[in-house]
Design a protein around this ligand. Structure first.
Ligand code: COA
Length: 282
């Protein structure tokens, strides 16, 4: 019989192996990071005593995100996924979440639809990758000044639709592993970009910028990529970011695959979110 429990550190190896059967490129630090943010939101599905599935959730006030959802091939189509997803939804709602987001393979839109998730037709997401950022990318802008953390999180929540200061703080606290720059017009913040590096691999995002100043989003992206030369870089680009996509294609990024953004509840994300933070946290 299937049952759901909170993931333990001992399950991380299983979680990594299972996730990577889908080529998700996960490692133990990914699950440790998710669990540091949401200790009870990382879930393991058991068949008797044997782990057979995983999922992760994170809550940001009224918005939550669901990801890393996978069940062992042999256990699929027996209601295991339903148990895990129902558990995750109840968990997030119990934390006060009103809107749950996720990124779905397009072929699973009907699957999530059965649980009430609706596709956000305004924005699918393309995973883009550059195996070795090499181009000398120049930006004329000097992004020397860093704002107070409270200014950053207030700006971010205006566009993300929820306060994800817990996540942003956790990324920024890993000083050696994160890079960050912000852009201002006068005293007004107009955008910021953040990246995480895990060993040699870098993930760029979030990039949040006022929709009237997408020129600044492009400059922020250029500055960040300048700092990541000679590394493999992955990023998650919403469909409506044509300017950024055109630039990325000229500097060696390739489209890997696309995902549909789905919500249970009302979408709160605004168009200023130019790069997602990750697939499992929005
Ligand atoms: C997605 C996944 C977790 C579903 O798990 P599962 O245990 O097979 O799902 P369930 O058996 O609980 O299915 C629940 C319902 O969805 C249906 N269903 C299952 N897979 C489906 C699919 N691929 N498309 C549409 N419906 C599907 C089932 O028939 C069932 O319907 P019912 O309740 O009316 O009988 C599993 O297929 C999986 O691990 N896939 C690989 C990883 C993956 O793609 N993860 C999602 C990333 S977005």
């Amino acid at each position: 019989m299937f049952q759901v429990k909170v993931m333990s550190v001992r399950d991380y190896g299983f979680a990594v192996d299972l996730a990577n059967t889908m080529d998700w490129g996960m490692d133990v630090t990914d699950f440790a990071f998710n669990q540091s943010l949401e200790p009870d939101g990382c879930l393991t599905l058991l068949d008797g005593a044997v782990p057979v599935g995983i999922a992760t959730c994170v809550s940001f006030g009224k918005v939550g995100w669901f990801g890393n959802f996978i069940v062992n091939l042999e256990c699929r189509r027996q209601g295991a996924g339903r148990l895990l997803l129902d558990h995750a939804v109840k968990y997030l709602q119990g934390r006060g979440v009103e809107t749950i987001g996720l990124y779905a393979y397009p072929c699973l839109e009907d699957y999530y639809g059965k649980f009430g998730f609706k596709t956000d037709n305004l924005s699918s997401l393309t995973v883009m990758h550059n195996s070795n950022v090499q181009t000398c990318i120049c930006s004329s802008i000097d992004f020397g000044v860093q704002p107070d953390f409270s200014v950053l999180t207030r700006f971010d929540s205006e566009f993300f639709g929820a306060d994800r200061s817990r996540l942003l703080r956790s990324i920024l606290l890993q000083e050696k592993f994160s890079l960050y720059c912000a852009s201002f017009v006068g005293k007004e913040m107009v955008g910021y970009i953040l990246s995480k590096t895990w060993g040699p691999i870098a993930e760029v995002g979030p990039l949040v910028c006022h929709p009237d100043r997408l020129d600044m989003a492009l400059e922020l992206l250029k500055v960040m990529l300048q700092r990541l030369v000679n590394r493999p870089v992955t990023l998650y680009l919403p469909q409506n970011q044509g300017l950024l996509e055109a630039f990325l294609l000229t500097v060696g990024f390739r489209k890997s695959f696309s995902l549909s953004r789905m919500f249970l509840g009302e979408s709160k994300i605004q168009s200023g979110v130019c790069l997602a933070e990750s697939l499992e946290r929005g």
